[in-house]
Design a protein around this ligand. Sequence first.
Ligand code: HXC
Length: 256
Amino acid sequence: MEGGSGSGSGSPFKDDILKGKVALLTGGASGIGYEISLQFGKHGAAVALMGRRKSVIDGAVSSLRSLGIQAVGFQGDVRKQEDAKRVVESTVEHFGKLDILVNAAAGNFLVSPEDLSPNGFRTVLDIDSVGTFTMCHEALKYLKKGGPGRHSSSTGGMILNISATLHYTASWYQIHVSAAKAAVDSLTRTLALEWGTDYDIRVNGIAPGPIGDTTGLSKLAPKEINNKGSEYMPLYKVGEKWDIAMSALYLASDAG
Ligand code: HXC
């Protein structure tokens, strides 16, 4: 670590930019969500991870704790309102407040529209779009300016929704995810308007393109396509989870 920045991983940000902040991350125990948890923790935040698989959450929490990061895990499914409510409340009970909600939980598989059942379509919208709304809905009272645990803070909290770029044009075999992420982007814009105005909550989105070493990419692009595809990328490589985590860190910090 040099000059108080970097957190040992080349981060351009100072180690303490999220000091004193509490973040809850859905899908925070794997993929892009885990990298954000890790970087938030390395830069001073206490992190709560929500996910469906207990073993994955337990593994992620112990990895974070081994780095000296304050971390806790809660099993839950964003499709269930009672889980969302319980996990948000447990986070506040554990850490005393909530400053940042990151919605990174997502579902995905490759399928043609004719092979996708309406229930399969609904499942992905339930996870990505309804799940994001449900988490925001349950977190509102803690994130709003003057909410429980925020008495000393003069500002509201922050919401970060992880989206995608598939729906900007059209993508093969991703009709469900494209619709789901278009809804996520719409939620982000509307909440930024309404909750920014009414409650001083900053609502932002990050839309990653293909990111290496994630479940999403390994499911959606076999290695040979992935390698070939890199030739058409401006930097001749796919993105890295770290790139997304650094953007998330900027948005979550006071600089954002
Ligand atoms: C067709 C499928 C299917 C598949 C599930 N379904 N998998 N249909 N092809 N491969 C259908 C089922 O038949 C069923 O409909 C319905 O979906 C619900 O299936 P379940 O298995 O009961 O659902 P569940 O157990 O809740 O699992 C949901 C899941 C989940 C989405 C399939 O396994 C999941 O979330 N997986 C991994 C998460 C993931 O991939 N994360 C990375 C996201 S990447 P019927 O009609 O039969 O009842 C991402 C980035 C995108 O989002 C951008 C990349 C560039």
